[in-house]
Design a protein around this ligand. Sequence first.
Ligand SMILES: [Zn+2]
Length: 512
Amino acid sequence: MKDRLIIFDTTMRDGEQSPGASMTREEKLRIGRQLERMRVDVIEAGFPASSPGDFEAVRAVALAIKDSTVCGLARANDRDISRAAEAVAPAKSSRIHIFIATSPIHMERKLRLTPEQVLTEAVNAARFARRFTDDVEFSPEDAGRSEPDFLCRVLEAVIAEGVKTINIPDTVGYTVPEQFGALIRTLRERIPDSDKVVWSVHCHNDLGLAVANSLAAVMNGARQIECTVNGLGERAGNASLEEVVMAVRTRQDIFPCDTRIDATQIVPASRLVSGITGFPVQPNKAIVGANAFAHEAGIHQDGVLKSRETYEIMRAEDVGWSQNKLVLGKHSGRNAFRQRLKELGIELDSEEAVNAAFVRFKDLADKKHEIFDEDLQALVTDEAHAHDQGERYRLVSLTAHSETGETPYARIVISEDGGEKRAEARGSGPVDASLKAIEIIVNSGAELQLYSVNAITTGTESQGEVTVRLQKGGRIVNGLGADTDIVVASAKAYLSALNKLKSKVERINPQM
Ligand SMILES: [Zn+2]
């Protein structure tokens, strides 16, 4: 019987720390349900002490999720731990994850504590957290640059306090596989009672080695990997869940363990997270990139047609790429629509939401003949966004005009808190003119940091999906909009970002 490799997903904690990837309570609930559907073992839903909003979101996930453990992060102090305990308390299975830095640079420069003081704080925090739950996880932050002797002392002390999981974070993505694997082996060999805990790793991708380091740790005894959907996370991101899971699943001849993950939910999870955060997935991304199973070269096509295994080491449908791309059209009824959403793992909260989405589906089906799964996902994400943010601004109508030799202009009508406002503007292009017209009404003072366009499906009829990133007063948000008309999609994305900017709150972001 193979060992279980525990998948600890931190998309809603570390992943959310990617610039602009902030998630609302509803969005965290939707992601939580998808992770549960994918049979993730532990869901780190957030950092409850960071803000009232995140506390509420973690608590909502804890109330809703039954088949996964729900975890809250806390710094090694009583206030954070009490907040985390309160947030995860409603969960059927809960965990508190405490951390404190152990590297010389962090202790000296960030914490301004001596190693002895850090040791004391770690022990006190472990003891305090154990009052609330048996399932406590401890992380020595920046372990990758910590001194092994000190690390051993701290870990031995917290294991003695009854911590169940020891997580070794390569916080700055500095280590390489051989070295990181050896570190895990050495710690397990040197620390008494090391067999009483689960060894876990949390790797960042600053050198592109997060997955490789995590797998090297597994080969040296780690049995939990902390990862994120699409590899989201601070800076260059975390180890990506889909790559870790499929590497272990595909190479069962090598790995002494396997996960309980339902891999067919990987692509729906990737789409959902990409839709909610506004972070598009690069086409050549392993497992979930649009080209991951696309064969261009003639030789490859010939091989695949003769025998798939010539150029494929896993099957597209095994990770949730649906075969029948063509699903619905303008003659499709509500039941077929609802059934397809279900097959895609999309759950809408109310009948009202299903009706609103169905109306948008019909609108779209009038504009384009073929409606693909990607269109449905974009359509539902748009609707959910509008619903979640309470939608202060909504697009009513847009006329954009561009002609060779003429200065493009746009006329726009938006509703703001239910009242209609209109404006006109000229710009260097129809998109520029439209956004300028919006600003005449809103005057947000926000800075446009990113504007990117993706085609949702292939073909000239494809919907365009636009992501914009706005920055104001140090706060960064992403807005997403989809439409067959790219100028309309841009206006929608801009308004969605403005709505988020209006609803975003300040929070503390831990760097682990
Ligand atoms: Zn991290």
